[in-house]
Design a protein around this ligand. Structure first.
Ligand code: NAD
Length: 433
């Protein structure tokens, strides 16, 4: 079932955003509309999913190294807290907007419910190009932002984590700032922290691992052997880089990689033992001597079996969907496929494992980290990876069964499984007052 539904007027009912059908929030709204026919009586609560519970906009002023003062826009959106505290990353990027953060927070609500974690959905961001800041400026920015959103985050309220351009060091500054402001070390206020500050083994690569696990299961169902499969990866950061390494370990050939520095190809597959350190040292794949450079748009024509978008939203447009050669698309990124492209891929028989399950490995190990912080008892990396594998496989199986039963895409099936859980919680809690 892929017919598009109108947005039920919900777009116009929020005065503070005006999304287009291909913008992140517009994409999310149309994904919700598609699941409504499968919600039964719970559909009466649908509007809950179309409105963030709370959106905080903060001014983040910092004194720059040259003595000037610059102001940055910061956001933290808690989309839905029906099932537990908010959970979701913090993004530093020059294109961050309230509307983007809203969509990312909503996908977190769906994702956490899809893997049955006791969390709601949240997301944060600062509209900044962090590559233009010194380390000191980055620390000031992070600390001021954390202080400003400190009124709504906390280990039982809303727990940030890394996303695009944020990492363990930034989580350490956030944890320290929150702890200074509240007067007690609160390791559970963020996840994705360095190991000796209450971080979890396996967290850094968890999202990429989840992409691999769901990809392995999907490939098995398609009869596609990973050994020798040709993989193209867009975004060679935390998610794309880690996923590429695991596919290469399984015998796949990484034949194309694209990031903000360029696009490279190699029919025989890159040597990741060379590419990964090259990206670390040079900040991107551009100029890698073990591959040939091609123009960025040609990435979408590359002959491959598996495509992993692991950069930003809206990358798979309708036009690109018609050109993609892969049989399997694994959405490492959040929101990489616009609804029209989703329909085109489904029509062409390309299987899409959607973001809301495909990249849920990160939040799952974030949950493990949070649990470990509360019990002050830490698991081995093997324990983490085994538990992660099981949660992802079980969640995907339930989603697949739902998709088969209703003859719907994996995306609508994931929304069906997740939204049922969210709206049951909504109904059982009841409306206050
Ligand atoms: P990252 O900052 O580590 O990497 C981002 C990558 O995208 C980099 O390789 C960058 O060069 C590339 N990129 C940026 N702009 C690009 C462009 N215009 N064209 C091509 N490539 C571009 O970020 P990440 O944590 O790997 O996140 C990537 C995606 O995965 C995002 O959509 C994020 O929301 C999603 N995600 C991340 C996590 C996590 O745990 N980090 C979890 C779930 C989902």
């Amino acid at each position: 079932m892929t017919a598009a539904h109108p947005h039920n007027g919900a777009q116009s009912s929020l005065s503070y955003v005006s999304p287009s059908p291909t913008s992140p929030w517009g994409t999310y709204l149309s994904q919700v509309d598609r699941v409504v026919p499968y919600l039964g009586p719970l559909a009466k609560w649908t509007e809950t999913l179309k409105r963030p519970k709370r959106a905080l906009i903060v001014d983040v002023p910092i004194e720059m190294d040259d003595g000037s003062v610059q102001h940055f826009e910061g956001f933290r959106v808690q989309h839905n807290l029906s099932r537990g505290p908010g959970k979701g990353g913090v993004r530093y990027h020059p294109d961050v907007t309230l509307e983007e953060v809203m969509a990312l927070s909503a996908w977190m609500t769906v994702k956490c419910a899809a893997v049955n974690l006791p969390y709601g959905g949240a997301k944060g961001g600062i509209r900044v190009d962090p590559k233009q800041l010194s380390l000191k400026e980055l620390e000031k920015l992070t600390r001021r932002y954390t202080s400003e959103i400190g009124i709504i985050i906390g280990p039982q309220r809303d727990i940030p984590a890394p996303d695009v351009n944020t990492n363990g060091q930034i989580m350490a500054w956030m944890m320290d700032t929150y702890s200074m402001n509240t007067g007690a070390t609160a390791t559970g206020v963020v996840t994705g922290k360095p190991i000796h500050l209450g971080g979890s083994l396996g967290r850094v690569k968890a999202t990429g691992r989840g992409v691999f696990v769901t990809g392995r299961e999907a490939a098995r169902r398609l009869g596609l052997k990973l050994d020798g499969a040709r993989v193209a990866v867009q975004g060679f950061g935390n998610v794309g880089g880690s996923a590429a390494e695991l596919f290469a370990q399984a015998g796949s050939k990484i034949v194309a990689a694209q990031d903000h520095t360029g696009t490279i190809v190699n029919k025989n597959g890159f040597d990741l033992a060379e590419l990964v350190p090259y990206v670390k040292a040079n900040g991107g794949v551009g100029g890698f001597p073990g591959g040939d450079a091609i123009d960025n748009e040609s990435f979408w024509d590359v002959d491959c079996d598996i495509l992993i978008p692991a950069a930003l939203e809206g990358q798979i447009s309708a036009a690109r969907a018609n050109r993609i050669k892969a049989k399997l698309v694994l959405e490492g990124a959040n929101g990489p496929t616009v609804p029209e492209a989703d329909d085109i891929l489904a029509g062409r028989g390309v299987l899409v494992v959607p973001d809301v399950i495909c990249n849920a490995g990160g939040v799952t190990v974030s949950y493990f980290e949070w649990v470990q912080d509360f019990s002050s008892f830490f698991w081995t990396e093997d324990e983490i990876n085994v538990r992660l594998d099981k949660i992802m496989v079980d969640a995907l199986k339930k989603i697949w069964d739902t998709a088969d039963r209703h003859k719907i895409t994996l995306r609508t099936a994931t929304f069906a499984v997740a939204c049922e859980r969210i709206l049951i919680a909504r109904e059982e809690r009841g409306l206050y007052p």
